[in-house]
Design a protein around this ligand. Structure first.
Ligand SMILES: NC(=O)c1ccc[n+]([C@@H]2O[C@H](COP(=O)([O-])OP(=O)(O)OC[C@H]3O[C@@H](n4cnc5c(N)ncnc54)[C@H](OP(=O)(O)O)[C@@H]3O)[C@@H](O)[C@H]2O)c1
Length: 353
């Protein structure tokens, strides 16, 4: 089955194409704190003079900018590990093409992966620049997703922490999403039995037909706990959790002795202030000898070369999930997080500024 590389484009509002012909920069700035999922009121789309190339950096024209669930935390009134202040251009990873360089490592025309933000042009120094992409291997949006931090997150979470063996059952939440779908590709490559949890019948079908899951569950349907038991008759050895909350509550009962829980995200939890209450799991952790481990991808740069080796190899062989969906124009950006949290996205969601 070849699962790599479908691109969907959604039109949203007026689009000023990023042609590079003016001295202006269209940009999206944060104007207020978000309560819950950040909506259009949190952002303002405007124009400013195009930034100057940094003394030892580059000026890029941004081709694609990411939309990530983690941005909800960055914009929240609660203080998070990463915080975006009011007035800043919305930060985001993306791919840009170098149009001016004062750093001998980067040449005009290079396509770079970096933290360029929701804007048409970005002046970037070493702190914002991650690496050069190779568009001959995959188109730029894939380097924002399955060959970017989504793929690396899936690899570090599964290979470094989950460590499935052939025959293990790996259960994945946000199963059809950008990270979840890559976890499924990697788990399949390990010979594991891969089960997904996603929202709604269409996503369940996608998991089964396009993403290589052996079984898939709709968490919005009644009696999730029973569906999990039915889909995992041999229990669960690796639980790759992107949601937490009530979905995780339903999974704990089927975890096998020695299972690894990889806490990658908490998408289903609207607020941690106050922390939500639920079943206490200390006894399960003890008696079942569970390992429950969280991680933040930027702490694991030492693993990226090994991760890239496998991700690129799977991609080239058509065995890496790499769906991308493009929102056309910065006018789509203020509504992009609500769109993502609605579950309407097909894989990695990007904005083309
Ligand atoms: N630890 C790290 O360093 C790291 C790095 C990157 C990403 N992550 C995490 O990885 C997870 C997936 O990110 P992604 O970029 O791949 O996003 P994604 O899965 O492509 O999109 C987010 C998905 O979340 C699901 N969702 C929204 N509200 C939900 C709810 N109340 N309950 C359950 N599911 C809900 C929706 O899917 P359905 O339609 O299936 O509901 C939506 O499509 C996120 O939790 C993110 O924070 C962690």
């Amino acid at each position: 089955m070849n699962i790599a590389g479908t691109t969907h484009t959604a039109q949203a509002g007026q689009h000023s194409p990023n042609t590079g012909l003016t001295g202006l920069n269209r940009e999206v700035r944060v104007v207020q704190r978000a309560t819950g999922i950040p909506g259009p009121e949190v952002f303002r789309v405007g124009e400013a003079p195009r930034p100057e190339c940094a003394a030892d950096g580059v000026l890029v024209r941004v081709l694609y900018a990411s939309v990530d669930p983690g941005m909800r935390g960055w914009l929240s009134a609660e203080r998070n590990y990463f915080h975006v202040a009011d007035g800043e251009v919305m930060p985001a990873e993306g791919v840009g093409v170098v149009i001016e360089s004062r750093d001998p490592r980067w040449q005009v025309g290079d396509q770079l992966f970096g933290r360029f933000g929701w804007q048409q042009y970005a002046a970037a120094g070493a702190a914002q620049l991650h690496w050069r992409i190779d568009p001959k291997i995959a188109p730029p949006p894939v380097w924002v997703g399955s060959l970017g931090f989504n793929g690396l997150t899936a690899w570090v979470g599964l290979r470094h922490l989950g460590r499935p063996r052939a025959g293990d059952t790996v259960l994945i939440t946000t199963a059809a999403g950008a990270v979840g779908s890559v976890v499924a590709s990697l788990a399949r490559a390990s010979g594991a039995n891969v089960v997904g949890i996603a929202g709604g019948p269409a996503k369940v079908r996608r998991c089964l037909d396009d993403l290589g899951y052996a079984a898939a569950i709709d968490y919005k349907a009644p009696d999730l706990a029973r569906s999990v038991v039915q889909a995992c008759p041999n229990g669960v050895d690796v639980y790759f959790d992107n949601t937490g909350g009530a979905i995780a509550d339903a999974v704990f009962a089927v975890l096998n002795k020695g299972a690894r829980i990889v806490q990658c995200g908490t998408t289903s939890v609207a607020s941690w202030n106050p922390p939500p209450s639920g079943p206490r799991r200390e006894r399960d952790v003890l008696v079942k000898r569970l390992s429950w481990c969280g991680f933040v991808i930027t702490d694991h740069a030492d693993l990226f070369p090994r991760a890239f080796e496998e991700l690129k190899d799977l991609y080239v062989r058509g065995a890496l999930a790499a769906d991308t969906q493009i929102l056309d124009g910065l006018d789509a950006a203020p509504g992009a997080l609500q769109y993502l949290y609605s579950g309407a996205n097909h894989g990695r969601l990007c904005i083309r500024p």
